[in-house]
Each structure stands twice: as C-alpha cells, then as structure tokens.
Design a binder for this molecule. Structure first.
Ligand code: 0X9
Ligand code: CA
Ligand code: ZN
Ligand code: CA
Length: 537
C-alpha cells in the first residue's frame, strides 16, 4: 500500500479524497524522456525494453522473452522466461513474478529486473541459482502497466498516477485500478470503487482492462494437461515493507474457497519470506479489504501460492535505494522459487508424503478431469459433478453427505439434494470422470489414495457400484483397483479412505477413471470422492 493511498483512503473525506485532479492529456505515443532528477536510476519503458533485449541476447540458452499482449495504448508487455532448455516447455514447476501493476510504484519494475539479472548472472557461477534455473521455469512480467508509468513521469515530474490510461465512457476521468480489475470476487467488498474518478476504480466489469487481461491470458496459457504449471508467485507493489498472502477480499482466514492446509502453508512461507526480507507478514485483508486483485485471482482460480510484496518504507524512494530495497528480497525470491516444487511440503513429512507425489487434487478448482471421455456413459441423471453436495436424508439415514473431506468441493453424483429414488441421485446407468495423464515415477511404494462415499437403499442391486480403474497408456490396459457395490440393504453416506498400491504401474503414464453406476431399476444411489492423491514415498 502506498502510504499516500493509505492516508487518502483512511481519511474521513473518503469520497472527495479519491477524486484525482483532472489529468493533462499527453499523446499516446509519447515516450517519457527520463525520470525526474534523483530517480534517473529507474528504468523507463524504453530502458526496460533495452535491458530485456540485452539479457535475452546475452543468455539465449536460458532466457527468452515473449509478448503477453499490449497495454491500452499499445505498448508491448514483455515476459521473460528463465530456465535451462528455455525453448522447451519442460515438466518443471513454474514461478511467476510481476510488478508495476500500479504505475506510481516504480520499485516493482526494478525488483523484477533484478530478479532477471540475479538468475542469468548467477547461472553457472553459484550452485543455488544454477540448480534453480535447471529445475524450474521462472516467468517474469516486466511492467504490467507501462502506460501509467510513462504518464507518471511525463514532463519531468511525477504525476502520482496509479491506474492505467484507459478512458472511461461518459466522463473525462481516466484510468482503471488494474489491481481491482481481476475477475475473482470483482466488485466485492472493501476498497474498490465504482467511481471512474476514484484511484481504486475497478472498471465497468471484470477484466475490462487490457492490462489485467494480459495477465489473465498468460496464466491461462500455463495450464498444461489440465494443470496450472505455476505454483508460486509474487506481485510487487509499493510501499510498506509487507509480505501478504490471500485472501484480501475477506477478513476470514480460511473462507470456503481456501483449505486449511493451504492457509497454514501460505502463512508459514509468507512469514519465512518476511523474516528474511525484514518485512512484516500478514494476510492481505489485515491491511484492508480489497476485491479484484491479482493475488486473489491467482490463488482463487488456480491455487497458486501468490503473495503481494509492498516494497520500500516510503513512496517514491529515490534511486539510491534500489540496490538495497531489491537486494533485501533476494533470499525470499530464491526461497519461493525453490518451494514451487510443492509448497505444501512446509507442513512436514506426513503431508509431504501425502501431497507432494505425482498427483494431488483436493478438487477445489478445475484441474482437467473429463466427463464421459470414451462416450459410453449411460446415466440419465446424477452425472459426476464437482461441487458442494447438498445433504440428502431419508428415513433410513443420510444418503448424500453434507460435508466433504477437504474444502467445500468433491465429485458427487449430482450435488443437489433429493430423497426419492429418482430425484437428483444417479439414475439410468453409468457416469465416468477421468483424470488428466499422470506420469508415475518409477519409485516403489507409491499409493493411490482418495476419500469416497457410496450410499444406496434396500432396492439396490449388485450392479450398483463405485469403481476406480487405472488406464495405463504404457501397457494399453485397464485395471480395476477399487470396487464397492450395492447390496439389498440400506447403506448410508460416510467418507472412507482408500489406499491402493501402485507398484504395477510404476514408471507408466496412467489416468484414473472414477465411475458410478445405477443398474437395473432406478434405486437411490449416491457416490462421491475427494482428495485424490498419488503418494510420495
Ligand atoms: O491496494 C492495493 O492494491 C495494494 N496496496 S497499494 O498501496 N500498492 O496500492 C494492497 C494489496 C493488498 N491486498 C489487500 N490489502 N487486500
Ligand atoms: Ca527447463
Ligand atoms: Zn500497488
Ligand atoms: Ca475437496
């Protein structure tokens, strides 16, 4: 948070204080000559572009640049990828850094440029950085909002310009706060404004700015085989020397759209980074509530362990402070890159075994499961749905559970409630959902684990079932590894743990197919599963 903004936002004259003086228009194409005196060590857009070009030219095997789109005024937004075999999309954990979402927070751009230089300069000279570059794919977005930044320094003095430079219909007020324009809880509570003249204007709809769309589309492009490759991220802001974790939209530490494991691990990693930087750690909403931010989007949509850093003690720190302020975050940056292999591993050996293997899905976000993959599903109602189950209770007891093992979602045969044999339960045959491909390491003792529930009534037949198969692409075989089926007695919902040895499939490429069937005459059949994992022995 810029202190200036915090002071303005905190003032009793909130509405008035959020109005900016009418901006003097500059030609869209104008390139700022340079920063004001005392700040010339900061990079203008042109200087940043030149630096990026020089780095990728000097390190072609480990650094590449790509455009992730254009700003409102048409400036190219550059992302640099740093990794060994940089031209290939290898199966390595990915990390994202960005800065200058707020264009009056120039240290954020300097921070991302420093990270780029640390990595390319350290490669082959320090073991730690060589290991990082060899085993990760690091993405750095150099300046999310360059239009605002160029405007901020136009004419040789600062304009205290935070937003982008997009006009707003029906008003002369310019710009949208890009850090209020992301589509997760956009327009929700806290410091986000519907007034185009406000410095926290959220835009007329989520992702109305090209700047937020560029980041959104880049993140989407990193979903490979159904899985978001980016595991950890920092978005750099200024000022206040803070390390903040999600969420910002609510004061709740663990709202429904976060799991307890994630919350604890997010805080452990955040506190560790803050300690090494000499910053203060906190949940973002502890500063104040916001909605529509980069960080909440990254975690909320993809479960990226995403942090906001507020750099510097003061706003507009002069350029002499760039080396020390960026340098104090070097350890935190390297640490977060290392943690990307499995952020939850900070929770200790038991969690590491359970959740850092070849597959881990708490089913809280979409991760590439596909319905009816081979087109043979016959169920007419109650197909697998990833969602929040509504409780179904008959006179014989609970048939569809009210709670799930983790978070708020599981796969359920129709999440809606309904107590009759033909209401919102599974009917008419079989429903399947199939996982993305899992490359099982050759290691011994890997186990497939998941939580399951299966309920039926006295009309159930043996053909009513919950079945799990391993589809082995290496051997072109299908193997049932779990089966529970109906008996003509009442059976109520309840979550159970299944644990299945995967020795027969070690080293193979597999998929998991979960199927539930209501055979014979329609009877009440409800099934569910959650927390699908391949353990890491
Ligand atoms: O208000 C913001 O967007 C960030 N502060 S700044 O001074 N750089 O403008 C704070 C984002 C942190 N998130 C929340 N406080 N919820
Ligand atoms: Ca690589
Ligand atoms: Zn900011
Ligand atoms: Ca879950």
């Amino acid at each position: 948070m810029s202190r200036t903004l915090r002071a303005r936002l905190g003032s009793g004259l909130l509405g008035l204080a959020l109005l900016l003086p009418a901006a003097v228009a500059t030609p869209a194409s104008a390139a700022a000559a340079d920063f004001p005196s005392g700040y010339t060590g900061y990079h203008t857009y042109a200087e940043m572009v030149a630096d990026v070009a020089a780095v990728v030219a000097a390190h072609p095997t480990i650094a590449r640049r790509m455009s992730i789109g254009r700003s409102y005024q048409g400036r190219t937004i550059w992302a640099v990828k740093i990794s060994d075999n940089v031209a290939l999309d290898e199966d390595e954990p990915e990390v994202l850094f960005d800065g200058l979402t707020h264009s009056d927070e120039h240290m954020g751009l300097e921070m991302t440029l420093r990270i780029m230089h640390w990595l390319v300069d350290g490669y082959g000279t320090t073991t730690r950085i060589t290991n990082i570059v060899d085993s990760r794919e690091i993405w750095i977005i150099l300046g999310v909002n360059p239009d605002g930044a160029e405007y901020d320094i136009a004419g040789g003095h600062f304009h205290f310009w935070r937003k982008n430079r997009q006009p707003n219909a029906g008003t002369s007020a310019i710009g949208t706060d890009v850090n209020r324009n992301f589509g997760y809880r956009w327009g929700g509570g806290g410091r986000t404004s519907s007034n185009p003249a406000a410095i926290t204007y959220r835009g007329p709809y989520a992702f109305s700015t090209p700047e937020a769309r560029n980041v959104r589309d880049f993140l989407a492009s990193r979903v490979v085989n159904g899985r978001q490759q980016i595991r950890t991220a920092i978005t750099f802001h200024e000022a206040g020397r803070l390390v903040m974790w999600p969420y910002g939209y609510t004061l709740a530490n663990i709202p429904v759209d976060m799991t307890t494991d994630d919350h604890i691990a997010l805080a452990i990693i955040g506190k560790h980074m803050a300690a090494t930087s000499g910053y203060r750690p906190e949940q973002a909403s502890d500063l104040y509530i916001t909605s529509g931010t980069t960080r909440d989007y990254e975690y909320g949509k993809y479960r990226i362990f995403a942090y906001t850093f507020e750099l510097s003690v003061v706003d507009y720190p002069d350029d002499a402070l760039i080396p020390s302020e960026t340098g104090r975050n070097k350890e935190a940056v390297l640490y977060l890159i290392e943690r990307a292999w499995c952020p939850l591993s900070v929770l200790g050996a038991t969690v590491r075994t359970a959740r850092c293997g070849a597959f881990d899905d708490d089913l809280e976000v979409s991760r590439g499961w596909r319905a009816n993959l081979d087109g043979t599903d016959t169920a007419t109602v109650g197909a697998w749905q990833r969602g929040d189950p509504q409780p179904t209770t008959t006179s014989a007891g609970r048939k569809q559970p009210d709670t799930v093992p983790s978070g708020r979602y599981a796969f359920i045969t129709g999440t809606a409630a309904g107590t009759s044999p033909n209401a919102n339960d599974l009917d008419g045959g079989r429903t399947t959902t199939t996982s993305p491909a899992i490359d099982l390491p050759a290691a011994a003792n890997q186990k497939l684990q998941f939580r399951w529930t299966f309920a039926d009534d006295a009309a159930a037949v043996t053909g009513d079932e919950l079945r799990v198969e391993v589809l082995d692409a290496t051997t072109s075989t299908t193997t049932t590894v779990f089966l529970t089926h109906g008996t003509a007695t009442q059976r109520n919902a309840g979550w159970h743990l299944a644990s299945i040895d995967l020795a027969a499939f070690a080293g193979h490429s597999i998929q998991l197919r979960f199927s539930a069937t209501d055979a014979g005459t329609n009877s009440l059949v409800e099934a569910g599963f959650d927390d699908v994992r391949v353990t890491r022995p």
